[in-house]
Design a protein around this ligand. Sequence first.
Ligand code: SAH
Ligand code: SF4
Ligand code: F3S
Length: 475
Amino acid sequence: MREFEGKIIDESRQGQATIIEHTEKSNGKKLYLESYGCAMNFSDSEVVASILAKEGYQTTNDELEADVILINTCSIRDNAEQRVRRRLTNFKKRKQQQPGLIVGVLGCMAERLKNKLLDEEKLVDIVVGPDAYRKLPELITEVEGGQKAVNVLLSREETYADISPVRLDDKGVSSFVSIMRGCDNMCSFCVVPFTRGRERSRDPETIVKECKELFENGYKEITLLGQNVDSYRWNMTSKGEIKDASKPTVNFAQLLAMVAEIHPDLRIRFSTSHPKDMTDEVLETIAKYENLCKYIHLPVQSGNSNVLKRMNRGYTREWYLERIDAIRKIIPNCAISTDIIAGFCGETEEEHQDTLSLMEEVQFDFAYMYKYSERPKTLAERRFEDDVPEEVKGKRLAEIIQLQQQHSLKKNKQYIGQTHKVLVEGFSKRSKEHLSGRNDYNVKVVFPKKQAKIKDYVMVKITDCTAATLMGELI
Ligand code: SAH
Ligand code: SF4
Ligand code: F3S
């Protein structure tokens, strides 16, 4: 296991190009759009491609034939930004060979660095923040006219609710749907509130409509996305007051039910839950609907209450463990994964041991694990010193990863002998004779293909496993 940039998106998809269906008249120009970071960014890239497709741009997965190259970026940790910088430096060289090539940076790094990539470093022609994608056509026209173009305004309203991208990933099985944008939580380590702006929820009718369309187009699985899905609220203020009494209010549990009722064959996942906000009502809704996956990603970050306080997470170790108990009680056999940060400011050896003991207590099915990376402008950068030496961070992370490997293997071993419903997503990486999909618990299952096809739901008897994958036979 290694550090991932953003959850759900596995490492192999970092840098992937977005390709969408093209229905408008072509303007003769090709767009190459590459994405990094979390699922939210990949979902946004589809919105961006849709906006530009309306102007006649055709998406390509060959950067060499592109007239416009856009790169949708992530700022979550320093190494995420370094990777994008290397990419941009490459494109800069390309520009020397291909004058007229337009290169733009989108997403969180665009928002964080604003004019810097353009004026000081002269790496790109366009800088566009996550709330300004509707302006992209105009900005590209400005660049074609010889100017440099920047729009990094954040919005309190923009949710791109009306844009339902026509996706063309290679398989058409599983899709992301954003239900909200931004984050108001201000965890002290996190750059997201600065790069994504204030939290706002998307109109539930447009969410259900998009999910229905995806299902009608053959998609079988949808992942609802938000930085903190538990604070999804429609027609309600953050204090829970009703905004417009003539209209219904919708919270996350109700939204889950609305999407679950579209069709029993549409499987639904969501990310990310927040321990301080996750309600029993949400858990009861998951228990009620067979097609709501029995899998919750509940980032803990640390097992020590003082560290959690410095992180401004809004809960204690005890509160977190109580939420885990609630999951276990209301949804028996629910898989639980988490995020953990090693070596946050001031973290002592005892505090680190509390993270390990919490892991022992919970026995997570899976975890995304990171070394703390100080981010400019965050509360932690202003208030605390990044004082855990690099080698100590490394050692603690290694201990966390090693323990998690044991737990993941143990969990997977418990599945041997059981039969799981698997949605077939594609061929196994190793062999065309094997198919690969995921079970309800979000674990990858590989099995000999026989008569099964991509997009089928199949029953697989689990016969063997590693810490990351289950192997089985069709029944
Ligand atoms: N709201 C989302 C956050 C996305 S960031 C969520 O809770 O899932 C995903 C993860 O990256 C966080 O949970 C955290 O574990 C990690 N992370 C965020 N900022 C970090 C930093 N400065 N250093 C190391 N890891 C960080
Ligand atoms: Fe960042 Fe915290 Fe918001 Fe997640 S909940 S995006 S970690 S500030
Ligand atoms: Fe990265 Fe921005 Fe997502 S910082 S993790 S792309 S919200």
